[in-house]
Every structure is written in structure tokens, then in C-alpha cells.
Design a protein around this ligand. Structure first.
Ligand SMILES: Nc1ncnc2c1ncn2[C@@H]1O[C@H](COP(=O)(O)OP(=O)(O)OP(=O)(O)O)[C@@H](O)[C@H]1O
Ligand SMILES: [Mg+2]
Length: 452
């Protein structure tokens, strides 16, 4: 039984979406799967339309008047996989367990009751690194860390690596970590820059499968279903199916290696013919593996080629658009483009938008970076997100962008060819909680912009 935590203390990076849809994809591949919702927000339970009065709280807590066993609260999701639901009470366990001896081992002990009944147990962790997440990591053999390339989430990965080391050092337990790229937007050049940074920094830890941004994943959660039951042929379904296949094939390889190691010990006594047969079989299997890996590589290459062509086309369109109009830019997120319920703005909304636009101050950001291929600016003004609106233009080595902002003080950084940099021309800065330097800009309502 493989127990896998899906964790990253960074919120909204795709933990729950991965937990639900990977559970379904593994289930559809004939695996027996249990999804354990450990998040007091209960997004996995709610995303599958399961609202339960009983949760893991009743299994773990010693204060509950309704003490239950894990077997009593397991529910089936469309016969594809099982779920152990969560609810808000699970949040109180952080405090209740704080002073208990052996508090990190609660989940490990509870999962012994279902040992052997499942091939995979997936744990959807809360977006924090408290006692619940430590319990999950202690109970797990593996960890999947979802990271978005469309936003900056390296810091989250660093902190998670810290906790994995902590579990290893303090609890004497090793967890194999894997990184899963989620919400990959192949229309953004920045996504590719981030992906290559991840590949360099986390060599060997990244899954080959990438989860692309796909609005069907959002819609299916709203409908309370795994995406495979909502739209079997959409990109989201295919991506999570590929991930399940990749995990199953990794596991098969691991099992084979183990078997081979055991067989080697007996080999000396075996007749020569049977040894030859084994070698022939091993060669055939290796050839088959190479074929599958080659197909996967070809598919990734084709995707990258297609995405680069789209990015090039987008860049040309963006240039054309900025020349034709000086109107304040309105951010169009990929989701907004795909959103099925888009309606024209009402007069009331138009008035609100007009007022908002009046309050905006064009704020200029610039940095000298001759030879750079791409420069972005991101900060608290756009929730540290990245899109074409915050891409700077190259003007003979000086990169510039003018961004409409409301009055206020904002933290920001530049991203030069995927590398984060403070503003070298701005003396106003502060150290953030991750030890990095953020530059500060103050946009005042009387039209003055300071410190840029
Ligand atoms: N590949 C994707 N394409 C489009 N939308 C996605 C994708 N993955 C996740 N989302 C959406 O992004 C939002 C956040 O995802 P999700 O709830 O899975 O993140 P999370 O890490 O579990 O968040 P939290 O930290 O709050 O638990 C959800 O609205 C989800 O539907
Ligand atoms: Mg979640």
C-alpha cells in the first residue's frame, strides 16, 4: 500500500484538484484507491459533493463524544475510489494534539486499520505545515508537491523541502519527494522559463507529466465530480490519466528492480537455459520501456513546439495591440477566455469599471538588462501573478512597462530571464519573510509616484 501526501503550504497550487483527479485516474486504471481529506476546509469532500457530519476528527480526537473507526466513515465516489471526508472540526486537532505524546504518529496508527485494502492512499493536506501535515508526511512513503509555473511558488517548495528534512531528522522517516507542475499555461513564455528553472533545480524529482491549465478542472469541482466523469476527453482528464500511468509504470519498475535483486541471489543455482530466458525477457521489457519513454518525449516535444508557436503569435499580437491603443489594459486570464458563462457588462458594471479606471495611475517600471530575453515585473499589486500585462518591453537594453495602479504602497520584484531581482534603481526596499529583498513603490492619489 503506497501512501502519498499531496502537500505544499502555498494555497491554491492544485493540491485538491490533483488529489481528486489522480485518485479517479488511478481508480480507472484498476487500482484500489482511498483519498483521505485532511484539510479542514474540506475542499476535496465538497468538490466531490460529499458533506459529512462524521470525519477524520471523530477517528483521531479523544475529546469527541462520537468516537468512530476509520472504516465507519469511508464513502465511495462513483465506485471508482473511496474517500475519508473532512470537515471544519479537523482544524481543532492542531490544538488538541499539540501537547500529546506521539502526536505525529496518529495518522500512521489509524491507517494500519486499512493496510492491504488499497493500492494507493492519497492524502490531501491543508495549506500549512502544522501538526496535520507532519502527521501526513510521517504516515507517507511519498510526497507529491504541486507547483504552479504561472505564479511564483519556489519559496513554497523550499519550505516544504525543509519539513521533509525535519521529518527525516526528528522522526527518523524518509519520504520520497516528487514535484508535479500544475496549471501550466503554454501560452505564456514565462511558464517555460519557470519550467526550465524547476528542471535545473530539482533534477530527477519532476514528473514527466505536466498538468496544463484547463477550465474543465474548475467546472468539474463545482459540479462535485472528478473531471473524468465530467468531460472524459478534455485536457485535464488526459493529463491526470497520464500522471496515473506514469506513477503506475514507476511503481512497476521499482517492483521489477526489487524482484531482480532477489532473483540475483538465487541465480547461481539455476540451470543455464532458464537464465538465458530471463535475460531475453529483461531485454524485451527494457525495449518496451524505451519505446514508451520515447513516445512520451515526442509528445512533450510536440507540445512545446506548438506552445512556442502560440507564444510567438501572442507576442506579435500584443505588439500590434499596444501600438493601436493607449487604453488601460484589462487583464484577460486564460480562465476568463475559456469561461462558459461570459456575459456583456451591465451599465452598472460599466460605471464601476469606469470609476476604477479613473482611479488608476500609470506607473512606470524599468530596469537595464541588455542581452536579456524576457523581463517581467510582479508584485503585491497583482498578487505576484505573471501574465503578458506585466511583461516589460525592450528599448535598447532598457526594459520598460507602464502599469495602471491604484493609490497605495506595493512590493515588487523583476524577473529577468526567470531570475528574481530587486529593483537596482530603487533605494526603497524591505526584506521579506523568505530572506529575499522586495522593492517598494508608493503610488499616491495626487498623481505622484515615488521611488521608481
Ligand atoms: N490545471 C488547472 N486548470 C485550471 N484550474 C485549476 C487547475 N488546477 C486547479 N485549478 C483551480 O485552481 C483553484 C485552486 O486549486 P486547488 O483547490 O486544487 O488548490 P489547493 O492547493 O488545494 O488549494 P488550498 O491550498 O486552498 O487547499 C481551484 O479553483 C481549482 O479548480
Ligand atoms: Mg486544497
Amino acid at each position: 500500500m503506497k501512501i502519498i501526501s499531496i502537500a505544499n503550504q502555498k494555497g491554491g497550487c492544485g493540491k485538491t484538484t490533483t488529489a481528486i483527479n489522480l485518485a479517479a485516474a488511478l481508480g480507472l486504471n484498476g487500482k484500489r484507491v482511498m483519498l483521505l481529506d485532511l484539510d479542514p476546509q474540506a475542499h476535496a469532500s465538497l468538490g466531490l459533493d460529499i458533506e459529512s457530519q462524521d470525519s477524520l476528527y471523530n477517528v483521531i480526537s479523544n475529546l469527541t463524544p462520537r468516537k468512530l473507526k476509520i472504516e465507519n466513515i469511508i464513502k465511495s465516489v462513483e465506485g471508482i475510489f473511496d474517500i475519508v471526508p473532512s470537515n471544519i472540526l479537523v482544524g481543532t486537532l492542531e490544538q488538541e494534539l499539540a501537547d500529546e505524546i506521539g502526536r505525529e504518529l496518529k495518522l500512521t496508527e489509524i491507517l494500519k486499520a486499512v493496510e492491504g485494502q488499497y493500492d494507493y492512499v492519497l492524502i490531501d493536506c491543508p495549506p500549512s505545515l502544522g501538526i496535520l501535515t507532519v502527521n501526513a508526511l510521517r504516515a507517507s512513503n511519498e510526497l507529491i508537491i504541486p507547483v504552479e509555473t504561472s505564479r511564483f511558488s519556489m519559496q513554497g517548495v523550499d519550505h516544504l523541502t525543509d519539513i521533509v528534512n525535519l521529518v527525516k531528522d526528528r522522526l527518523n522517516h524518509t519520504v520520497k519527494s516528487n514535484i508535479l507542475v500544475t496549471m501550466f499555461d503554454s501560452r505564456l513564455r514565462h511558464s517555460f522559463a519557470m519550467l526550465s528553472t524547476f528542471k535545473e533545480r530539482f533534477t530527477g524529482l519532476l514528473f514527466d507529466t505536466i498538468i496544463h491549465i484547463n477550465v474543465k478542472l474548475k467546472e468539474s469541482a463545482v459540479m462535485g465530480k472528478p473531471v473524468s466523469s465530467y468531460d472524459k476527453y478534455c485536457r485535464g482528464s488526459k493529463d491526470y490519466y497520464s500522471l496515473a500511468k506514469e506513477m503506475i509504470s514507476i511503481e512497476a519498475q521499482e517492483e521489477r528492480r526489487l524482484e531482480e535483486a532477489q532473483e540475483t541471489a538465487q541465480e547461481e543455482d539455476e540451470p543455464k537455459d532458464s537464465r538465458i530466458e530471463k535475460v531475453v525477457r529483461a531485454i524485451r521489457e527494457a525495449q518496451e520501456e524505451q519505446k514508451v519513454a520515447k513516445e512520451q518525449r515526442q509528445e512533450v516535444k510536440a507540445q512545446e513546439k506548438e506552445a512556442k508557436a502560440v507564444a510567438k503569435e501572442d507576442a506579435a499580437k500584443a505588439e500590434e495591440k499596444s501600438a493601436e491603443t493607449k487604453k488601460p489594459r484589462v487583464k484577460v486570464t486564460p480562465e476568463a477566455k475559456e469561461a462558459p458563462d461570459f456575459k456583456p457588462l451591465s451599465d452598472k458594471m460599466k460605471a464601476v469599471v469606469k470609476k476604477e479606471v479613473q482611479d488608476l495611475m500609470e506607473t512606470k517600471f524599468w530596469i537595464d538588462a541588455a542581452g536579456a530575453k524576457s523581463v517581467y515585473v510582479t508584485g503585491s499589486f497583482n498578487d505576484w501573478s505573471l501574465d503578458e500585462n506585466c511583461r516589460l518591453k525592450n528599448n535598447n537594453g532598457r526594459w520598460e512597462a507602464s502599469i495602471p495602479l491604484k493609490g497605495g504602497v506595493y512590493k515588487y520584484q523583476f524577473i529577468v530571464d526567470g531570475v528574481w531581482r530587486e529593483d537596482p534603481n530603487n533605494p526603497r526596499k524591505e526584506r521579506n519573510s523568505f530572506g529575499d529583498i522586495n522593492s517598494l513603490v508608493e503610488v499616491s492619489t495626487d498623481g505622484q509616484t515615488q521611488a521608481v
